[in-house]
Design a protein. Structure first.
Length: 212
């Protein structure tokens, strides 16, 4: 059996087959980390690239991510035995006053697909909640999403709250969402703006490596 089969089935969202193939790979003696890297993450990275290039769209990404999560559930106990550490920890949420979550969920999936641990705070998240979570959970990155121009300003409050809490030098703040721009990111003093989920995930891994 080849791990490429896991990747290929994941890309077309065949969750049940992915689970069966992951179990089969474990039975055949493949290390869990190798199944994760060459099977699940490989498939998710390909989907991420295709999404970036508009070759696939949100529904395809969501079903691929669901297949990845199902496969990862099977691997979890084996990964902890092999001592696999997450590449970093991120807290993510849609800012206060905003209830949109499709973009946030995509970013979360792409980040998990890159091996990051993600604390999902949901929608309508207050600046204090982002900061408190980052402190309590030891997150290296705070990710803020907004879809409404009226809620974008809350992102600046998050940057200020992080500074007030004395963690601004320890935590990177990433922002994104339809109305958000690089100019706005510079203006409020956030660390990174991304227009798409794949780039956001790649940058988050970079930040975590730099801060390790």
């Amino acid at each position: 059996m080849e791990l490429r089969e896991i990747s290929e089935n994941l890309q077309i969202g065949k969750a049940k087959i992915v689970v069966e193939l992951v179990q089969k790979a474990l039975e055949e003696g493949y290390p869990a980390t190798q199944i994760l890297e060459e099977g699940l993450l490989d498939g998710m990275n390909i989907i991420g690239e295709k999404f970036k290039n508009n070759e696939v769209y949100v529904p395809e990404v969501l079903i691929a991510a669901r297949a990845m999560n199902k496969g990862a559930e099977v691997l979890k106990p084996y990964l902890s035995e092999e001592g696999l550490q997450a590449k970093g920890k991120v807290c993510i949420g849609t800012v206060k006053g905003d209830l949109h979550d499709i973009g946030k969920n995509l970013v979360k999936m792409m980040m998990e697909g890159k091996g990051l641990e993600v604390v999902d705070l949901g929608t309508d998240v207050a600046p204090e909640t982002f900061v408190q979570t980052a402190i309590e959970q030891n997150c290296q990155i705070i990710c803020c999403s907004a879809l409404l121009t009226t809620t974008m300003g809350v992102m600046e409050d998050v940057v200020k709250a992080a500074a007030a809490a004395g963690i601004r030098d320890k935590v990177k703040i990433m922002i994104g969402g339809a109305p958000v721009t690089q100019r706005f990111c510079d203006q409020i003093g956030a660390d990174f703006y991304s227009a798409d989920a794949t780039t956001a995930a790649e940058q988050a891994v970079k930040f975590c490596q730099e801060m390790a």
